[in-house]
Design a protein around this ligand. Sequence first.
Ligand code: ATP
Ligand code: MG
Length: 566
Amino acid sequence: MIETINDEESKSGLNFVEQLVADDLAAGKNGGRLNTRFPPEPNGYLHIGHAKAICMDFGVAEKFGGTCNLRFDDTNPTKEDTEYVDAIRDDIHWLGFDWGDREYYASDYFPQLYDLAVRMIKEGKAYVDHQTSEEIARQKGTPTQPGENSPYRDRPVEENLDLFHRMNAGEFDEGTYVLRAKIDMASDNMHFRDPIMYRIIKTPHHRTGTTWNVYPMYDFAHGQSDYFEGVTHSICTLEFVPHRPLYEYFVKELADDSYCPRQIEFNRLNLTYTVMSKRKLLQLVKEGLVAGWDDPRMPTISAMRRRGYTPQSIRNFVNLIGYTKVEALNSISLLEHAVRDDLNRVATRVMAVMNPVKVIITNYPEGQTETVEMENNPEDSTAGTHKMPFSREIYIERDDFMENPPKKFFRLAPGGEVRLKGAYIIKCEDVVKDAEGNITEIHCTYDPDTRSGLPGSMRKVKGTLHWVSAAHAIDAEARLYDRLFSVENPAEEKDRDFREMLNPDSLKVVDGIKIEPFLAENAKVGGHYQFQRIGYFTLDSDATAAHPVFNRTIQLKDTWEKIQKK
Ligand code: ATP
Ligand code: MG
């Protein structure tokens, strides 16, 4: 199912999560406080799916006057790194959200979590198991078959305490011992079958170094971290629904009636023609199948930023798909629509010729240059204008000329006329070819009376072309991106390696495009430019003054129609 419109919004205009929060606030729960959190594990860069969670976590707090914590869920030192912590911070800020001084780390709670584990051991609620993970998995049973008790389940409290301390002291190898909650091996909920609370990990932690040799599992860390921070609404994705009873079970060890965090789940964002698994994204990066986490083809926030997406467009897209309780596959076209829509509002209009062919205007004085005034953004009356040089030799797109055009070809053809946008009407008189028959020059004449502002400017011709003055144009490189995968839902193709489904044409590099001087002088990394009739572009961080590099953010939907209307 491809979902496009959120139809679950209540009449109040609130989505179902906001409605639950509003109800809790109205009921005076948690003393009327609202505190959410966004809890990324720093084991990769954030992707567009995380953006959906961020918009929810920070958005609901903003909407109801609460606060949102940023909590790094750093409980597995083997996969985590400060590079990811920094990238996550940057991406959230770029999206337009701020956590103020509420930056927390699950690792800050290791001492309290350890104390809680010790208390649970003392109360007979936890035990140290000494079996391999395979044995433990075998005893787990199935959803229809109860599991078996571990032979170590009734180990005496003193022995459990001693072993747990020694696990943390580093006496044992990884995988030899685990601490498990003693709940119910026959529970209908598989997560209740004596879940693992702690495992031994000997890799140093990026924040706590070698202080710890045992690390809490997600289920033993998350709810308690929420509790320690005073989080009231722990909003996450649907895969955590079966974890919720366990979340509540552990939280009850700490909470009372006056304050208890509550887990609420919504549907993940899945996008066509890409993958959302951090494990797979990491693989693409590590194996060099993309140029890094911020390769503009990736579904990461940093990649989208580098590609030229605006934060507003991502937020608008998230709004458009909404939050429901039903898993769905969202169409990447909808995201692209949101990007185009926002760029149309903000992008500066410029001229760039992607595949140039030279036009010589034979009746224009040699050596003469004049300047024409170009509107920066017809959608924005405050955007102003910029100047563009016009001269005897210009470049137009090779595709905008045809020697033997079909009937409805409104661009340049022998004997035909077109308008050069913002300048004159020209007429094709002749073409010059090389030995192989390729067109090297198009010879035209211009009508001096047709420049804008002059009486002849009202004269109608069917086609309007973009162009740049040859003597003034600057060479640049353009990187044209297409979808990363060539199948709609790579995650669904279980029997194929996802790497086989990569789109071989996802990047096309075009060198030697010709750009107008204004763009060369003013383009900024993070700026947004509409190459007229071509698409939206941004300057890439690889660009140098001598070699400008532009990423194509997205194509214009209907380039030809757009310019016709102007
Ligand atoms: P993993 O746990 O496999 O490393 P993850 O994508 O769940 O990957 P986390 O860092 O745990 O990564 O995610 C942080 C938060 O972002 C979680 O609350 C999670 O529910 C949410 N989130 C992750 N992926 C999506 C998604 N595709 N759509 C919406 N929210 C998501
Ligand atoms: Mg996760």
